[in-house]
Every structure is written in C-alpha cells, then in structure tokens.
Design a protein. Structure first.
Length: 266
C-alpha cells in the first residue's frame, strides 16, 4: 500500500529517521511540545468527545478554497465574537500566526536537543544536521499540501498530526476531503480555548512547528518501516500511536473512523 502521505518523502524527513535505527526510540517517543498544559487542555477528552460527537467536520469553520500556493498567514489577535453579524457563544481566537525565522531556529534547536536525550548525542547531532539541511516546515508542507493543509495555522498542523497517528494506528490512509473535515473539527477546539488565546504569536508558532517536527519524525520512522516491508515495526509504531493518544487525549484511535465528516466513532 502506498500512502498519500508517502507521495512526498522529503530528504530532511528521511534524515530524521537515521538516529532511530533502533525502532524502539521512535515508537516510544512522546509528543515533544512547548506550553504542553495548553495542548493538554485543547486536547482533553471532553473537548475531543464533543468535536467527534458534534459532527463538526462538515461545519462552516472551514477555509474558502483557493488556487494560490500555500503561504504563511497573517493574524489579528482580536476575537471573532462581538463584531456585527458574528455568532454568539464562546470567544473564538484566530488560529493563524505570523511566522518568524528566529522562532523557527529556536524550535529546531530545542527539538534537536530534546531528541538527543532520547537517541543519544550522536542521534541529536544527526537530527540537528537534518533540520539544518532543509527547512522542515517546507518538508511538512510538501507532504500534506495536497490535502490543503498549510503552514501558518495551528489547526492545520494539529489536524495533520492527528490524522497521521490514526493512519499508523489503523494501517489506513486519508484523502483531501477527510483532512479538511478533521481540520474543521480541530479548529474550534483551538479557537475556543482560553489558554491558547493567551499565547502570543511566537508561542503559537512554536506549538505549531513542534507539532510539525513530531509529525515528520513519526512519518519518517513509519514510512521507513513500510518501505522495508517491516510490518512488525510498523505495527509497533501504530501501537505506540494508540498509547500516545490515549494518554494525551483520552481517545482510542482504533475506535475512530476517518470519514468525509471527520473522525466519527465506530
């Protein structure tokens, strides 16, 4: 089976797999996140259950289609609520951010340092080298861009992360309509979260780009196993995804079905 996400396996993503010649390091890897209390609050079981049960995947929070190439989005910190014609309910925060090269450099350095504690100093050095050789945000965008996901929006990076962990857990695949539906499920979860609203743009960029880096290293490990026909390692990576999401979100990835309306139970 050739995954849609495998269409573009960027060189930087391949290099990220090198420190994990011993698969156990990748399969047991938790999500490395700054401001983790905010992520935990966004992805708590009550919010996730509400998003899945409400069928938000077909909601109106989606982005208008555009033929323009993916680009970084600008962002206003003002609430969407309180404007003429705005819907009532909890204040919704923009999930987009303006990307800063300085923040990206710091994120990559800290990520490589943390991964060095998992894969050893040499592994950390290889990861730092891989991140320096090619922009990982661009590598991420190449992999998920066909599904309409793009840098500059936390909802997009979180949707890609959730979908790919589901793919690993179920040996499945996804399409553009499903990816957009999951994005529409995820976006209100982030936009209505008070903790996220308190983050400045640099912190939002940091959260989003670290999700991308986690995606890339998990993607590299899984695709490496698939290309080698190593089904045992692919299965262990899938089991690790199930454990990770059960611990982080209180949701069982193998009890979810990915549809054109997003994730549903059963």
């Amino acid at each position: 089976m050739i995954l849609r996400f495998a269409r573009f396996l960027a060189p930087a993503a391949l290099l990220l797999a090198l420190p994990f010649a011993a698969p156990v390091a990748a399969q047991d890897m938790p999500t490395v996140m700054p401001n983790n209390y905010v992520l935990s609050d966004i992805l708590n079981k009550q919010r996730v259950d509400s998003a899945i049960n409400s069928g938000r995947g077909g909601g109106s929070y989606g982005r208008q289609p555009s033929r323009a190439a993916p680009r970084y989005s600008s962002n206003s910190p003002t609430s969407l609520v309180g404007r003429p014609g705005a819907p009532s309910g909890p204040a919704l925060t923009q999930t987009t951010y303006r990307a800063s090269p300085e923040v990206s450099a710091r994120v990559r350095r800290q990520f490589a340092d943390w991964m060095g504690t998992q894969a050893g100093p040499e592994g950390g050095r290889k990861i730092a080298q891989a991140l320096a050789q090619r922009d990982p945000v661009r590598s991420w965008a190449q992999i998920v861009g066909g599904d309409g996901l793009r840098p500059g929006d936390t909802a997009d990076s979180m949707a890609a992360y959730w979908i790919f962990n589901w793919v690993m857990a179920n040996g499945g695949d996804s399409n553009r309509a499903q990816a957009q539906a999951v994005r529409n499920q995820v976006k209100p979860m982030i936009a209505s979260n008070p903790g996220y609203a308190r983050l400045n743009e640099a912190q939002r960029q940091e959260m989003s780009e670290v999700l991308m880096l986690n995606f890339l290293i998990q993607h590299a490990a899984y695709l490496d196993a698939m290309k080698r026909g190593d089904r045992a390692t692919a299965r262990r990576l899938g089991d690790a995804a199930v454990t990770r999401f059960r611990n982080e979100m209180g949701v069982d990835l193998r009890q979810l079905t990915l549809t054109n309306n997003g994730f549903v139970r059963g």
